[in-house]
Design a protein around this ligand. Structure first.
Ligand code: ADP
Ligand code: MG
Length: 825
């Protein structure tokens, strides 16, 4: 077997992970597809060099992915599946590290839960082959051939390690073993509380193939113990071939009434003398692929645990396990599959979730520490200048604004670079806080850049900042310039000169600001609005235009603190959780499709009164193209049939940026009465004259997003309205939408949404940027916080993770945060 260099990660495995990730994400994101292509471009030459024996495979992979980014979703699916099959078959069990006999760190840090020693009870015949590692392909397991490997690949399981980490979807509790004679009474007593599940052990006394009146074939059997006999029905005729009368078996399942006869229907079964993986205990239920039964999967995970658990080394040092009351990794892996009790199961899940969070937080905390270790510019606040600015404003800052501003200014006064996230609901007044911070940097002789996601927003900011500085004395008033895609060549030259000679203090713009020619004399602060639109890369580009400038990221998407810790864990967070006084509450109504005509009549009245309206269509289809088409059809219907006398504009994700800008500008300038838009487009514009927003298919949106949409109205003096249309009858969606009707607090809604829908949905997959978490749930804030504290503690003592006890942690972290993989996740 070919041993690869120690430094070279096993490319086949890495690629398998990347592709499985893409598989799970549904192939839809073209940027991700591009990321995969880049990843291959960069990595295949290295791979070739280090693994010449793979050249046929590598050629084939290169050929498959040559046009991956341009491929359709269906084609991508085929390409990835083919590649995964190739990788599964071709992967040699390569090693990234020598297998050392793991020290027996089987101690558990958990104060209550001690687990039984399963291994001693296992048959002695199972012994790990000496060259087996967790990276060995599943085919290294006895009885696993190509076909089985292929089935497992469908679950993203390629190696023995993957099998250990295959998360059960749920569990069935078959712990209670009952005498058959008691089942009738048990059923009568417990059926009112829900289903009755149990295990019985006995002898098969009857076994026959039968056919029902409607011609369905089934297996009829009877199991007998000393106390009685119980019928069993299986609709899988295959079962009969494995059983015979006289066999001692264990049966686990739900008790059911079949024509007044108590029986087991399609229960799990095992020979009574077999190692029990699915009777008499809490049994895992795995996600399934075709042709692979639960029983087969259970036998496989059992085998993998028996063979490979001794190879598992715990990456987390014992002191940390103890401090956070965590199970050892071996115990956790055993118990996640075959828990002794529900409590063990939860403890196992918690440990595995902790690991995922820990790796994530290590990367974030380290990034933050590295960034802050660099020398930055200190901008102490001259109190009189701040005072002058604040008294020049036509309003008083709210307490929340003041608190956020103080946090920002205290950070800026430090001689290290600030990395701060400013969160605040729509209309909470983030701009004035940013303007104050900018003024302080400018007073100290630095320049400030403000980056906005769209041209309309950049223009809006330019107007807001100018207005906010309006009443400052001349000598304090910053010189503000605007740079967008539409800035003329002459305008650009003037900006170029003004930035270099320092006469421009504040440059506001779109991503045009990131172009190479934009050079500052002294960039001291970069403000980034609507952060989720910009990647880490853009943030870095902007940063690089100054000498470690302070960075302030602003977002109007309220993110619960827990989630902020994951998404922006490398940033400090300030929150404005209060709206300026006197803000009107947007009246929100929940309607059904039948009331649509009334909604249109209402919109008509508003427009006749001189106002404007938004109509939003949801993401219905898989593809943006189909959505755009649906919206176009609706748009035409609205224009021709419903509102022929009004001026309508259409906005969808398939339009070019310039076209979008033109429509938004027309709406802002009241050249349009109604803006029809798909949800893909964020209508982040301030149009105080718009008083009503109608949202179709409202149940398809997250609350946070609906709240964002609602924030588009109610910006002027006139009472505004939000009309939600939904025909969903599910309790859950009614409940969610009712929350929106009743609650106007974005943070509260974000929490509700996170609880009800989970984080992936919460942020919308398109922009989530969320890491792939298998055991961890973002709703599990306590574990997340434990991991955060652990990461901080570990890095405080060992900032580079170079101590021997952190070797495995560092490996995992680097794998997780690897540039190529990070790009596509
Ligand atoms: P957002 O947080 O959505 O960016 P803005 O900064 O655009 O909010 O502020 C929304 C509006 O509220 C602006 O017109 C702004 O001038 C006004 N505003 C901000 N702070 C206050 C305040 N403390 N009192 C009254 N009005 C305020
Ligand atoms: Mg804003």
């Amino acid at each position: 077997m070919m041993r690869e260099s120690n430094l070279q990660p096993d490319m086949a495995t890495l690629l398998q992970r990347v592709l499985s990730l893409e598989q799970r994400k549904g192939y839809r994101d073209t940027a991700v597809a591009g990321g995969i292509q880049r990843f291959l471009d960069q990595q295949t030459p290295i791979w070739r060099k280090h693994a010449p024996h793979h050249h046929v495979l590598i050629d084939e992979i290169c050929r498959l992915f040559a046009r991956y980014q341009q491929a359709s979703v269906t084609e991508r699916k085929q390409i990835v599946e083919q590649a995964l099959t190739l990788l599964t078959h071709a992967a040699t069990p390569t090693h990234t590290q020598a297998v050392s006999p793991a020290p027996d760190n089987h101690v558990t840090g958990h104060p209550v839960l001690r687990t039984r020693h399963h291994h001693s009870a296992r048959p002695q015949s199972i012994r790990p082959p000496s060259d087996l590692t967790l990276d060995s392909p599943v085919t290294a397991l006895a009885g696993v051939g190509r076909q089985r490997a292929h089935q497992l690949a469908g679950l993203g399981v390629h190696t023995i390690g993957d099998l250990l980490y295959l998360a059960p979807r749920r569990y069935e509790d078959y712990r209670t073993i009952q005498p058959i004679g008691k089942l009738a009474r048990l059923f009568a007593a417990q059926r009112t509380d829900g289903e009755v599940r149990c295990t019985v052990i006995g002898t098969l006394t009857t076994l026959e193939q039968r056919e029902s009146q409607s011609g369905v074939r089934y297996v009829y059997a009877e199991i007998t113990d000393q106390t009685g006999t119980m019928p069993i029905i299986w609709f899988n005729p295959y079962v009969a071939r494995q059983l015979q009368v006289g066999m001692e078996v264990a049966i686990s399942g739900k008790l059911e009434l079949q024509r007044a006869m108590l029986c087991f229907r399609n229960p799990e079964w095992e020979r009574a003398d077999e190692a029990s993986v699915q009777t008499g205990r809490i049994v895992p239920v795995y996600p399934l692929t075709r042709n692979l039964s639960q029983k087969q999967l259970r036998q496989l995970t059992r085998l993998a645990l028996d063979v490979a658990l001794p190879l598992v080394e715990d990456p987390v040092p014992p002191a940390i396990l103890e401090a956070h009351a965590l199970l050892s990794l071996r115990d956790a892996l055993e118990q996640i599959h075959y828990p002794d009790t529900p409590e063990h199961c939860e403890a196992a899940r918690r440990r595995l979730a902790f690991d995922e969070f820990l790796v994530l937080q290590l990367g974030l905390v380290r990034r933050k520490a590295e960034w802050q270790a660099q020398p930055g510019q200190a901008f102490p606040t001259p109190p009189d200048i701040l005072e002058t600015f604040l008294t020049s404003l036509p309003f008083q800052l709210t307490a929340a604004q003041r608190r956020a501003l103080d946090e920002i200014l205290a950070d800026m006064a430090q001689p290290r670079p600030m990395s701060r996230l400013l969160q605040g609901d729509v209309g909470s007044g983030k701009t004035v806080v940013a303007a104050a911070a900018a003024l302080i940097a400018i007073t100290a002789g630095a320049q400030v850049a403000v980056l906005a996601p769209t041209e309309v927003l950049a223009e809006q900011h330019a107007r807001s900042f100018t207005r906010l500085y309006e009443r400052l004395p001349d000598e304090l008033r910053p010189n503000v310039a605007l740079l967008t895609g539409s800035t003329s060549e002459r305008g650009r030259r003037a900006i170029e000169a003004g930035l270099l000679d320092g006469s421009i203090n504040l440059l506001i713009g779109t991503h045009a600001l990131l172009e190479d020619w934009v050079q500052f004399q002294r960039l001291g602060l970069a403000v980034i609005d609507e952060q989720h639109r910009f990647g880490v890369l853009q943030r870095a580009t902007l940063r690089a235009k100054g000498i470690n400038p302070d960075v302030l990221v602003m977002t109007a998407t309220p993110i619960p603190r827990s989630l902020a810790l994951v998404l922006h864990g490398d940033l400090d967070v300030s929150i404005i959780d209060e709206l300026p006084p006197g803000r009107q509450v947007v009246q929100t109504y929940l309607l059904t499709g039948k009331q649509r005509e009334r909604a249109y009549a209402f919109i008509r009245k508003q427009i006749e009164a001189g106002h404007q309206a938004f109509i939003i269509y949801p993401l219905v289809e898989e593809s943006e193209a189909i959505d755009a088409k649906a919206a176009t059809v609706e748009f035409e219907r609205l224009q021709e049939v419903v509102f022929p006398d009004f001026r309508l504009g259409l906005l969808h994700g398939r339009m070019r940026p310039a076209e979008k800008e033109a429509v938004m500008t027309a709406f802002r300038d009241h050249e349009l009465d109604i803006l029809v838009s798909t949800a893909v487009v964020e209508v982040g514009i301030d149009v105080p004259n718009a008083t009503v927003i109608l949202i179709e298919g409202a149940d398809r949106f997250g609350l946070a997003q609906l709240h964002q949409f609602r924030g588009r109205v109610g910006r002027g003096a006139a009472q505004s309205y939000c009309l939600l249309i939904s025909d969903s009858e599910s309790d859950e969606s009614r409940q969610r939408l009712q929350a929106l009707v009743k609650t106007h607090d974005g943070f509260r809604l974000a929490e509700i949404d996170l609880q009800m829908r989970g984080p992936g949905e919460f942020l919308g997959t398109r922009q989530s940027g969320l890491p792939d978490l298998r055991f961890a749930s973002l709703a599990d804030v306590p574990t997340l916080q434990h991991a955060r504290r652990a990461a901080e503690a570990i890095l405080r003592r060992d900032p580079t993770l170079s101590r021997p006890e952190h070797r495995l942690l560092r490996q995992r972290m680097e794998q997780f945060w690897q540039p190529g993989v990070g790009d596509v996740s």
